[in-house]
Structure formats: structure tokens, C-alpha cells
Design a protein around this ligand. Structure first.
Ligand SMILES: Cc1cc2nc3c(=O)[nH]c(=O)nc-3n(C[C@H](O)[C@H](O)[C@H](O)COP(=O)(O)OP(=O)(O)OC[C@H]3O[C@@H](n4cnc5c(N)ncnc54)[C@H](O)[C@@H]3O)c2cc1C
Length: 381
């Protein structure tokens, strides 16, 4: 059996490797040329995502390239410590959640896949596919085609496959926030390595972590109308943070702010598969980054899909099992993440309420391990 994998982001290579583990050949097709990842931004690979990567034997490279970030401390914009919560759970071997440059994670999973003998073709934007009941043919923008037994869509939140599979499929939903990130070398910012400081500022949200070597990795979420893009983001961001009692405005002044990403998630997508075609990762269930789970979910999907294909009588049964196992979890994460995103974009009244309630909420969630459902999941093969 051969699978065509559309998209070489995070889920694509992970899926190809997982399928190889169960004896299914896979070939990846990526729209962009090599090295087109978003440089400069970084993401959290949560303990559950590292556990799934471990199944594929690719977690060590991620641990080596990333920085451990097992804790989160929440602050108000006025400098009040609101509380602390774990960022993931410690795995049996002691592994904790790590933060890694997006470009490093993309490179690691892609290199791993290529080392497993998986072919990746760049500059192949899929524009359509045809499923004739026995095989599926993907057609790319350059006029070429590829034929396989299955087509697995790993083509991200703006998935072309999703709208081809179901013309009524929901469109990505803008969260009301633009995301920014940067790294300041030797920033001189005090902070405990391993801790993500999350600041619910007066006008926007700011997160930062200080590395052992003294660099500061920061990200910001700014409430903004979609498409309201200024000529220069930096002064806009500095203004949003300059009345907060922390280092945010200063760190932004010292960074280049050239990448602004509008944050989207997806409402529940009714159709995940039809015939020989299946959606996975962000294409099926994109979550806003607030939960730090999007990449981890995509990797979990890869492992679960391989297990379902191995243990089922045909792809249709496998796709049904896959959806039954993954949909409730993915939709719960999306809903959870959306709640956090909404609190980041809170108006003045909601903000006062949030800052009063958060210490109580954090105390409760820290003591009851209430997020164990998210972090303790194990996507075994
Ligand atoms: C600002 C920001 C911060 C984030 N922070 C975190 C975080 O901290 N933790 C976390 O876990 N997740 C985070 N995420 C989410 C995470 O990046 C995604 O959930 C994850 O990358 C999903 O993997 P994927 O493989 O499904 O999609 P992607 O990684 O987006 O990959 C999709 C790939 O498909 C390709 N493609 C698209 N269309 C086509 C086509 N027609 N033909 C061929 N190829 C195509 C794209 O070029 C891309 O390479 C963040 C996202 C953003 C935007």
C-alpha cells in the first residue's frame, strides 16, 4: 500500500514515518520550496507530543535542539503574580515539555523522514485529487500528478484538501489575535530557566522564557481586527505594552518585528474522511496556539493513524476508528485553547474579572492536575 502525504510541515513527515513503521509506503508533497519555514518563531512541544515523537524515535533530536520549559507562571500587567501551573507533565523517563524554534522542529522531522528513505518533493502544491474507488490521483499546480492507494492530508489550517473533500467544510476562524515572536541574545532579563512567564497585560498578552545562556525568547498576542496591518508593527506593539510593569516593551524594541501571524482555529469539521482520503493535524482540527498543543496533536494523529491502518480490515474501517479516537480529544483541546485565547483578548471589564479569578482558577488546576487529560495521553503504536 502507498500513501500520498500532502504537506511537509510537522504532521506530514511524522505520518510518513509512522506509516513506514507499519509497512505502508509514503511519499510527501510540499507546496513550498525547501527552507520556507517561518524563521524566528518558536513553539512548545508538550510532553504528550514528545511521547508520540518517542514512538517514532525522533524525540531525542527535539530535546537536544529545544529548551526545557516545564512550568508556567502567570502575571498581570501590573506585575502581580497570579499563580503557577505545570506546562505538561513529566514523562516516566523524566522528559518535560520543550520549546523549540519552529524551523528546527520542521527540519528535524523532515530530516528524520528522509533518513527513513521517505521521498519529499518540494514545490508541489496540490490543487485537486480524484478518487476512483481503487486509487487516488493528486494533481499539482505544475501539472504533474501522483498516484497512491491513500491520500493523507497534512496540509495545515488552510487545507486545500479539506474544501475538496467537502465544499461545505468550515473555514478557519480568526481568533482576534495577531501573534509575534523574537529572541533577544543576552537580554539581561531576570528569570528562572525552564519557566514560561505569561503576562496578561493591560492591552495585549506577552510570554517569555529566559534560557540558561541568558537569551530571552518572547512572544506576544495582540488583539487586532483581521487585515488591519500597519506599515510597521514595532511601534504598535511597543505602545500595547509600554504601560505594563515588565520587560515586554523593552524586549520588543530590541527585536526585529517582521512576522505577524493572524491566529486561526477551526470550528468542528464535520467530514474528516471520504473514500481513500483523510484529513489529519491542523487540516482536521486546527487549535489556536494558546494551548501549545497543535504540533503535538498532529504527531499523535500520525501514530494513531498508523495503528488504525495496521489493525483494521481496510482503510475505511481504519479511518472510522481514527476519527472515533481522535475527534473527541482534538475538539476538546481546540475548545480549551479558544477559552484561553478569548481571555487574552478580554476587554477592560472582563480583564478585571479575569485578574481576580485567575489565582483561584490556577490554584484549583495546579492542585488537581486538571489538565492531565491533555498531557498524559499516550499515542502508542
Ligand atoms: C504563531 C503560532 C504559534 C504556535 N505555537 C504552537 C505551540 O507553541 N505549540 C504547538 O504545539 N503548536 C503551535 N502552533 C501550531 C502548530 O504550528 C501547528 O498545529 C502544526 O504545525 C500543525 O502541523 P500540520 O502538519 O498539521 O500543519 P503545518 O505544520 O502547518 O504544515 C502544513 C504544510 O502543508 C503545506 N501545504 C499547504 N497546502 C498545501 C498544498 N495544497 N499542497 C502541498 N502542500 C501544502 C504547507 O506549506 C505546510 O508545510 C502554533 C501556530 C502558530 C501559527
Amino acid at each position: 500500500m502507498k500513501a500520498l502525504i500532502i504537506g511537509c510541515g510537522i504532521g506530514g513527515p511524522a505520518t510518513a514515518m509512522a506509516l513506514r513503521e507499519v509497512g505502508i509506503e509514503a511519499e510527501i508533497f510540499e507546496a513550498y520550496g525547501q527552507g520556507a519555514e517561518d524563521v524566528g518563531s518558536f513553539l512548545n512541544v508538550a510532553s504528550n507530543g514528545l511521547s508520540a515523537l518517542g514512538v517514532l524515535g525522533a524525540h531525542r533530536q527535539v530535546l537536544a535542539a529545544g529548551i526545557p520549559t516545564p512550568r508556567m507562571v502567570m502575571w498581570s500587567g501590573s506585575g502581580k503574580r497570579l499563580g503557577e501551573v505545570a506546562n505538561g507533565l513529566r514523562l516516566d523517563d523524566g522528559t518535560v515539555s520543550h520549546t523549540i524554534l519552529r524551523s528546527d522542529l520542521y527540519r528535524i522531522v523532515r530530516d528524520e523522514a528522509e533518513q527513513h528513505g521517505i521521498s519529499v518533493s518540494f514545490g508541489k502544491r496540490m490543487v485537486s485529487y480524484e478518487d476512483d474507488g481503487t486509487q487516488v490521483t493528486a494533481t499539482f499546480e505544475d501539472g504533474t500528478t501522483a498516484v497512491g492507494d491513500l491520500l493523507i492530508a497534512c496540509d495545515g489550517v488552510h487545507s486545500r484538501t479539506r474544501s475538496l473533500l467537502d465544499a461545505q467544510a468550515p473555514k478557519p476562524r480568526y481568533s482576534g489575535l495577531y501573534s509575534f515572536g523574537g529572541i533577544v541574545k543576552d537580554a539581561g532579563v531576570p528569570g528562572e530557566p525552564g519557566v514560561y512567564n505569561m503576562v496578561f497585560g493591560k492591552r495585549a498578552f506577552f510570554g517569555y522564557t529566559v534560557t540558561e545562556s541568558g537569551d530571552t525568547w518572547w512572544f506576544a498576542n495582540l488583539p487586532r481586527e483581521l487585515g488591519d496591518v500597519p506599515e510597521d508593527w514595532k511601534p504598535v506593539l511597543v505602545r500595547a505594552f509600554e504601560n505594563d510593569a515588565n520587560f515586554s516593551a523593552d524586549l520588543i524594541r530590541r527585536s526585529s518585528v517582521d512576522l505577524a501571524l493572524p491566529i486561526h482555529d477551526l470550528p468542528p469539521v464535520p467530514v474528516w474522511h471520504r473514500g481513500r482520503v483523510l484529513l489529519t493535524g491542523d487540516a482536521a482540527h486546527a487549535t489556536s496556539p494558546s494551548s501549545g498543543q497543535g504540533a503535538s496533536l498532529a504527531i499523535e494523529d500520525a501514530v494513531v493513524l498508523a495503528r488504525c491502518l495496521r489493525d483494521s480490515d481496510g482503510h475505511e474501517e481504519a479511518f472510522r476508528k481514527f476519527e472515533a479516537e481522535r475527534r473527541p480529544r482534538a475538539e476538546r483541546v481546540v475548545a480549551y485553547s479558544r477559552t484561553i485565547s478569548n481571555s487574552k483578548a478580554a476587554g477592560p471589564v472582563a480583564r478585571v474579572f479575569r485578574d481576580l479569578m485567575m489565582p483561584i482558577f490556577l490554584k484549583k488546576s495546579a492542585s488537581q492536575e486538571s489538565l492531565a487529560w491533555m498531557y498524559r495521553y499516550q499515542a502508542g503504536l
